[in-house]
Design a protein around this ligand. Structure first.
Ligand SMILES: C[C@](O)(CO)[C@H](O)COP(=O)(O)OP(=O)(O)OC[C@H]1O[C@@H](n2ccc(N)nc2=O)[C@H](O)[C@@H]1O
Ligand SMILES: Nc1ncnc2c1ncn2[C@@H]1O[C@H](COP(=O)(O)OP(=O)(O)OP(=O)(O)O)[C@@H](O)[C@H]1O
Length: 286
């Protein structure tokens, strides 16, 4: 039996370029893991794969990314073994926090160990990319630059430790829908990825905070204006900076200390924001 954490991610910078012939967009993103996490328990069993989940509304069948990760690895490595996957879901669904991708990556890493496959992380990364664009990042965690359709990742100097407030309005957003609405020539401000990389190399948290930019933010906000309201509230309550994560709708804010982060979270809850969490940054998982 093996118990693993599957960490949520935020995008400190997210830029989108042209649409490719395969239907995906070229992107450049700076991704960061945070401590809000699902817990996954893997229990070896003969031959078959099955799954149990703790929340209603999440399928416990072959469509679940955790199940798909196990099935893909079994097909690739032919271990002749099965597994029961128990998924304790804490990361909100369809939130822009890569919850499903994190589960899939944790299952790949965990089963590599449990089934004694000895695949390298680079080899697992190729399988991860077949499951979703964010899954390779979730194999490594920490602070990384992601390019291509998001699946080409390389480590960056870690973001200095800080607290992250995550606030999700009561809407679920489809990533495909947001990319479908994205129009490159409507973008006025793009992130300066090189400058943010320099800020990371200098350990300059304020520099990174001052540069948070996501070109998908205006697309999702045009449909769900409550995202902008949450972002403004976070800034009013004292966050260093705030931004929508991924395709949304979750907004994250940065705070230097836990007391400040808890205070901001309390104020957002009092305002009626339904799902609010305080997390810490997470560095690379060995
Ligand atoms: C928004 C982000 O979460 C930011 O980290 C990612 O770019 C999306 O990653 P993801 O959820 O793993 O996305 P995937 O499951 O690979 O793709 C879902 C859908 O989003 C669109 N998609 C995704 C990634 C990308 N680079 N270009 C796209 O156009 C495609 O329509 C695709 O069918
Ligand atoms: N293990 C899983 N956890 C969450 N969602 C899953 C899982 N497996 C499949 N899904 C499906 O994928 C959809 C989106 O999942 P997820 O919660 O990962 O979205 P997200 O946080 O917006 O991801 P991203 O930031 O990568 O776009 C869900 O609505 C759900 O139907």
């Amino acid at each position: 039996m093996l118990t693993l954490k599957a960490y949520a991610k935020i995008n400190l910078a997210l830029d989108v370029f042209s649409k490719r012939p395969d239907g995906y967009h070229e992107v450049a993103m700076i991704m960061q893991s945070v401590s809000l996490a699902d817990t996954i328990v893997l229990t070896e069993q003969p031959a078959s794969i099955d799954l149990s989940v703790t929340i209603p509304g999440l399928p416990a069948d072959g469509s679940n990314l955790a199940y798909r990760a196990a099935a893909l690895l079994a097909e690739y490595a032919k271990p002749g073994k099965g597994v029961h996957i128990h998924l304790d879901k804490q990361i909100p669904l369809a939130a822009g926090l890569a919850g499903g991708s994190a589960d899939a990556a944790a299952v790949l890493r965990g089963l590599n160990q449990l089934w004694e496959l000895n695949l390298s992380v680079d080899e697992l990364s190729k399988l991860a990319a077949q499951l979703g664009s964010d899954v390779p990042f979730c194999l490594y965690n920490g602070t990384m630059l992601a390019t291509g359709r998001g699946e080409i990742v390389r480590p960056l100097p870690p973001l200095p430790d800080c607290y992250v407030i995550l606030a999700k309005p009561a809407v679920a957003v489809s990533t495909a829908w947001v990319y479908g609405r994205f129009t490159a020539n409507e973008i006025r401000v793009r992130p300066d990825i090189n400058a943010m990389c320099e800020n990371l190399a200098q350990g300059n948290l304020a520099g990174v905070a001052g540069r948070l930019t996501n070109v998908l933010e205006s697309v999702t906000i045009s449909e769900y204006p409550q995202i902008a309201a949450i972002k403004n509230a976070m800034l009013t309550y004292g966050a260093m900076a705030a931004l929508m994560s991924g395709s949304g709708p979750t907004v994250f804010g940065l705070a230097g200390c836990q007391r400040q982060a808890e205070k901001i979270a309390g104020q957002l809850k009092a305002q009626g924001v339904p799902e609010v969490f305080v997390a810490k940054t997470v560095s690379k998982v060995e």
